[in-house]
Design a binder for this molecule. Structure first.
Ligand SMILES: C[S@@+](CC[C@H](N)C(=O)[O-])C[C@H]1O[C@@H](n2cnc3c(N)ncnc32)[C@H](O)[C@@H]1O
Length: 261
């Protein structure tokens, strides 16, 4: 199926569902298409890879991935917002049976305030070494340091040797003066991280670079590439958030290898 226009594409949610999903602004189709290119270019995403998406939302990444992944390639996505996951399950899975979605009742002060599970305690419901690539777009920017620390350890566990983690962040650089835009977006200093709102800390979160580096190191993930986003300059163009690509050990050949397209 073509993955271009909104009108003839059943995998693009209606405006009301998009608003409820809380995935932010920007053109749903264009953003998804651009990220697919990032996954291919920066995380060597292959057509036959097994992909896990953390915080799959309402399918903005999964939709374009349906045009790329081929058997035995497969996709698993999870999120904490039930209505978004239901939409994906009802709309994407029947057309693409290798795409599965599940809702995990993990607490998040913005997205799932009454969630029963603490993100710091979550065990991803997947076997060790079962994915080639894990993606997390604009999800660690809604989680606190202890939670992302847990998620990166879990990501490491479920990645196969040579697997890649593609994630976006708001990286707070302590060694350079913060821009006006950065301070405006993250006015509240909570010592280990910065937030926009004290009452809903996970509304948006920036984490210091040194702590992010440590979190990757402790998880056993090697950072292979970082791409600075435009957010610090207040420019709403992709890449807006910072991107960090990491791999499990002994993977240089895989990470730098040619894309299979
Ligand atoms: C800004 S949206 C991005 C959604 C999707 N990644 C995309 O780019 O369209 C953030 C998503 O992260 C999800 N989320 C927040 N905390 C989470 C957690 N602890 N585990 C999994 N997903 C989470 C939210 O429910 C929401 O769908």
């Amino acid at each position: 199926m073509r993955w271009r226009t909104r009108n003839d594409n059943p995998l693009v949610p209606p405006a009301r569902a998009l608003r409820a999903a809380g995935i932010g602004g920007g053109d749903y189709v264009a953003v998804g298409c651009q990220f697919l290119e990032y996954f291919k270019d920066f995380a060597s995403l292959g057509r036959h890879d097994a992909v896990l998406e953390i915080g799959c939302g309402i399918g903005r990444m999964a939709g374009p991935l349906t045009t790329w992944l081929q058997e035995p390639g497969r996709y698993e996505g999870f999120d904490v917002v039930r209505s978004s996951v239901s939409w994906c399950t009802k709309t994407i899975s029947p057309r693409y049976p290798r795409f599965h979605f599940q809702c995990l009742d993990v607490a998040n002060s913005l997205y799932n305030p009454r969630g029963r599970l603490r993100p710091e305690d979550l065990a991803f419901p997947f076997a060790d070494g079962s994915f080639d690539v894990i993606i997390g777009v604009s999800v660690f920017t809604h989680m606190l340091p202890d939670a992302v620390s847990r998620y990166l350890r879990e990501a490491r566990r479920v990645l196969r040797p040579g697997g890649r983690l593609f994630a976006t962040w708001f990286v707070w650089q302590a060694d350079v003066p913060a821009t006006e835009d950065a301070l405006q977006l993250f006015p509240v200093d909570c010592d280990s991280h910065r937030v926009a709102r004290r009452d809903k800390p996970e509304a948006v979160v920036a984490i210091p670079e040194s702590l992010i580096v440590e979190i990757y190191r402790l998880a056993g993930l090697n950072v292979t590439r970082t791409v600075e986003g435009n957010w610090r300059r207040g420019v709403h163009a992709l890449p807006y958030q910072d991107m960090i690509i990491a791999s499990t050990p002994s993977t240089e050949a895989v990470v730098t290898g040619a894309r299979d397209r």
